[in-house]
Design a protein around this ligand. Structure first.
Ligand code: HEM
Length: 472
C-alpha cells in the first residue's frame, strides 16, 4: 500500500540494488560501520549517477554527479536536512547545522558576523599559540617510533575552537576535555548503530534499549561540557563591556544578542555552542590528521611546501596575510580534502519535486543524499582518483571542472560557515609542524580503513613518525 501513489511512481525508474519484499534494502545498510563505508563506495561506482535504496518502505535517493548536486544545493526549497539529522537533535538541538526554515535563516544571519574577516584575523594569534603548545607536545613524544596523530591533533583543534569561538581557555579550565572527546566519539558510534535499524527510530523504543540508555549518559557528559563553557564565558561577560567592540566572536555575540532581547534564549545558545564545539573541532581534526599522513607518504610534496614556506615566511609565526600567500600549501590541503573529505556525505529532504539532469524525477518529501566522498573519487572528473596530486587545484585545472564537482564544505546557502576558519587553522598548524619536523611514513594510504560515522573517521589510529629537523 505504501508503494502506491506519486512518491513511488517517481522513484520506480531510478536504479536500485536488488531488494527483498517489504524490508527492501535493509540488509544493504545493516552492516558494520567499516563494511557500510565500503558498500557505499561500491554502490557509488556501480550505479553512478544516481541510485535509490528502499529500507522497509522508506525510499531515499543518492546523487553522485555534479549537475544534479548543483540542482539541490542551489535551490532554497531543498534546504531542509533529512531525518538522519534528527538523531542529532538530542545532542545539538536545532542549532545551525540541524535547523530549518526561519529558525535557520535567523541563526545564520546572527552568526555570520562571528566569522568575519576581521575576527578571523584575530584568531591567527590563537592558532599560533596553540600550534606552539602542540609542537612542544610532539617534541616530547618524537623519540618514539611513531605518534598516533589523532590524539594530539584532536586536542589542538578542541583547544583552538574553545579559545577562538567560545573565548575559553579550555586548558586552564576544569572542564573535562578528555571526557568530552570520548563522548563525541561514543555518540558517533551510537548514531551509526541506530541509523541502519528502523525499529529503533522511535524515541520511546530507543530509550528502552541498552544503546538508548548509554546515549542518555553520553548526552549528560556532552551537555555538561557545553553548559560549563557557557557558564565560564558568562563570568567575563557584561553587556556594557562589549558594546564598544565592533566585532565579537561567536559565544560573546550570542550572549550580547540575548542580553539585548534578540530572538535567542539560553537553550538556543547551548544548541549553538554544542554545534560549533563539535563541527569546529572534529572536522578539522580528521582533515589535519589525513594531511599529515599524506605528507609523510609524499616526501617530495613535504619538501615543496617547505620551500614555499621559506620563500614566504620569516622567523615570526605566520600572519593572516602570509597564510594567503601559501598557494601550494593551499592546493595540498584541497587535495587532501578531496581524497578524505571530513564530511563524506550530506543529506536533504526534497521540498519539491526535482527533475534531475540525468532524466529522473525525485519526488517531494524524499531523502536525498549527496555523496561527497564518491563525487571526489569519480575517475571521469578526477583521473586516477587515488593519486595524491595537488596540481589538480591549479587555477587552470579547476576551470576545467564543474564547480560542484568538488564540495568538501558543501555549497550554496547552507555551505560550511567555518570554511575560512578551517583553512586558516589547518595552514597555521602545518606551518608550525613542518618547520620543526620531517614527517616519515608509518601508516601508508593502503593501511587506511574508514568507518561510517559523523565524520570520515579512520578505523584505528593514524601513525606518523616525527623527526626533528634540527637533528638532520
Ligand atoms: C575541514 C574542516 C571542515 C569541513 C570539511 C566542513 C564541512 C562542512 C560541510 C560539508 C557542511 C554542510 C553540512 C550539511 O549540509 O549537512 C558544513 C556545515 C557547517 N559547518 Fe563545517 N566543515 C569544516 C569545519 C568547520 C568549522 C571549523 C566550523 C566552525 C567553526 C564549522 C561549522 C559548520 C556549521 C555550523 C555548519 C552548518 C551550516 C549551516 O547549515 O548553515 N565547520 N561543514
Amino acid at each position: 500500500l505504501r508503494k502506491k501513489g506519486r512518491f513511488w511512481e517517481c522513484l520506480a525508474p531510478i536504479p536500485q540494488p536488488p531488494a527483498y519484499p517489504i524490508i527492501g534494502n535493509l540488509f544493504d545498510i545493516m552492516r558494520t560501520p567499516e563494511q557500510l563505508f565500503l558498500a557505499e563506495r561500491e554502490r557509488g561506482l556501480k550505479y553512478y549517477p544516481i541510485y535509490k535504496l528502499d529500507v522497509c518502505g522508506n525510499g531515499g535517493v543518492n546523487l553522485l554527479n555534479p549537475e544534479d548536486v548543483e540542482l539541490v544545493l542551489t535551490d532554497t526549497k531543498q534546504n531542509t536536512k533529512s531525518f538522519i539529522y534528527h538523531f542529532l537533535h538530542s545532542w545539538l538541538g536545532t542549532g545551525l547545522l540541524t535547523s530549518a526554515g526561519p529558525k535557520w535563516q535567523n541563526r545564520r544571519k546572527i552568526l555570520t558576523p562571528a566569522f568575519h574577516f576581521n575576527i578571523l584575523q584575530e584568531f591567527i594569534q590563537i592558532f599560533n599559540e596553540e600550534t606552539k603548545r602542540l609542537v612542544e607536545d610532539l617534541e616530547a613524544e618524537c623519540h618514539k617510533p611513531y605518534i598516533d596523530v589523532v590524539v594530539p591533533i584532536t586536542q589542538f583543534t578542541l583547544l583552538s575552537i574553545g579559545e577562538t569561538a567560545m573565548g575559553i581557555k579550555l586548558n586552564a579550565s576544569d572542564n573535562d576535555k578528555d571526557g568530552y572527546k570520548r563522548a563525541v566519539y561514543k555518540i558517533g558510534q551510537l548514531l551509526t548503530y541506530r541509523a541502519p535499524r528502523p525499529w529503533i527510530y522511535n524515541e520511546t523504543i530507543y530509550s528502552l534499549t541498552p544503546q538508548g540508555r548509554k546515549e542518555q549518559k553520553v548526552l549528560k557528559s556532552l551537555h555538561s561540557f557545553s553548559n560549563n563553557v557557557i557558564a565560564e564565558r558568562k563570568k567575563h561577560f557584561s553587556s556594557s563591556s562589549y558594546s564598544s567592540r565592533k566585532r565579537l566572536a561567536m559565544l560573546d555575540l550570542l550572549l550580547k544578542y540575548k542580553s539585548e532581547g534578540a530572538n535567542i534564549d539560553d537553550e538556543g545558545i547551548r544548541e549553538e555552542v554544542d554545534t560549533f564545539m563539535f563541527e569546529g573541532h572534529d572536522t578539522t581534526s580528521v582533515s589535519i590528521c589525513y594531511t599529515l599522513m599524506l605528507l609523510a607518504n609524499h616526501r617530495e610534496v613535504q619538501e615543496e611546501i617547505l620551500k614555499e614556506m621559506e620563500a614566504v615566511l620569516d622567523e615570526e609565526p605566520p600572519t593572516y596575510a602570509k597564510l594567503q600567500e601559501l598557494k601550494f600549501m593551499d592546493r595540498v590541503i584541497k587535495e587532501s580534502l578531496r581524497l578524505y573529505p571530513s564530511v563524506p556525505f550530506i543529506s536533504r529532504v526534497s521540498g519539491s519535486e526535482i527533475q534531475t539532469k540525468t532524466g529522473y524525477t525525485i519526488p517531494k518529501d524524499c531523502m536525498v543524499n549527496l555523496q561527497i566522498y564518491d563525487m571526489h573519487h569519480n575517475p571521469n572528473v578526477f583521473p586516477d582518483p587515488e593519486k595524491f596530486d595537488p596540481d589538480r587545484f591549479l587555477p587552470e585545472n579547476i576551470q576545467k571542472r564543474h564547480p560542484f564537482a568538488y564540495i568538501p564544505f558543501s555549497a550554496g546557502s547552507r555551505n560550511c560557515i567555518g570554511q575560512k576558519f578551517a583553512m586558516l587553522e589547518i595552514k597555521t598548524v602545518l606551518c608550525g609542524i613542518l618547520k620543526k619536523f620531517i614527517l616519515e611514513a608509518v601508516d601508508t594510504r593502503k593501511d587506511m580503513a574508514f568507518v561510517s560515522d559523523l565524520v570520515l573517521r579512520p578505523k584505528g589510529s593514524i601513525k606518523v613518525k616525527f623527526v626533528p629537523r634540527c637533528a638532520n
